[in-house]
Design a protein around this ligand. Structure first.
Ligand SMILES: [Fe+2]
Ligand SMILES: [Fe+2]
Length: 181
């Protein structure tokens, strides 16, 4: 059975180019649930998905590389869904799987398992179920992590996050990001 640190090492090994990509700066600067950033949430989902595959003895049926990469990119929508932005994110729950896939395809070479798992990770909120077992692991790990993060008491002591790459409407209104930056 894999230990926590072995799982973490596997995630870093298979996802190093994703974790180190410049667009991850946006994920590090946006809260996803409670006091957890989208970046930290994605790492948690990847680790939990690997843990579940391991404990369920699924390694004959699961591609570890695709599982980790799909989990790391499942929320690669690259905006803060809490921002109003003229209502652009009203349907975030239904649309962000597609947005994450569109962004991920631009930045990385993805196989069919990874693409499908990212696009369908919000099932059953979105109608199409995942095609592959890796997608089911991602969507289950996502729901467990999101629930834990949302109900954690840490949400009441959120640290200030670094500024994002791109300015949002909220940033402009609040003047939190230097327009010249
Ligand atoms: Fe998501
Ligand atoms: Fe998620």
């Amino acid at each position: 059975m894999l230990t926590r640190s072995q799982i973490r090492t596997l995630v870093e090994l298979h996802g190093h180019d994703i974790i180190g990509h410049r667009h991850m700066r946006i994920e590090r600067a946006c809260y996803q649930h409670g006091a957890v950033t989208t970046f930290a949430h994605s790492i948690r989902v990847a680790c939990l998905a690997v843990w579940m595959a391991d404990r369920l003895h699924l390694w004959r049926r699961v591609d570890l590389h695709s599982l980790i990469r799909a989990a790391l990119l499942h929320d690669y929508f690259l905006y803060d869904w809490h921002d109003w932005d003229d209502g652009a994110h009203r349907l975030h729950g239904f649309t962000h799987g597609g947005a994450a896939l569109r962004n991920a395809i631009k930045d990385f070479r993805l196989n069919a398992i990874e693409r499908d798992s990212i696009a369908c990770h919000m099932f059953p909120m979105t109608p199409k179920p995942p095609t592959y077992i890796e997608g089911y692991l991602v969507t289950m790990a996502d729901k467990i992590s999101a629930t834990r993060e949302t109900f954690s008491m840490d949400r009441f002591s959120k640290p200030q996050l670094p500024p994002r790459d791109g300015r949002t409407r909220t940033d402009v209104v609040k003047g939190t990001v230097d327009a010249a930056a």
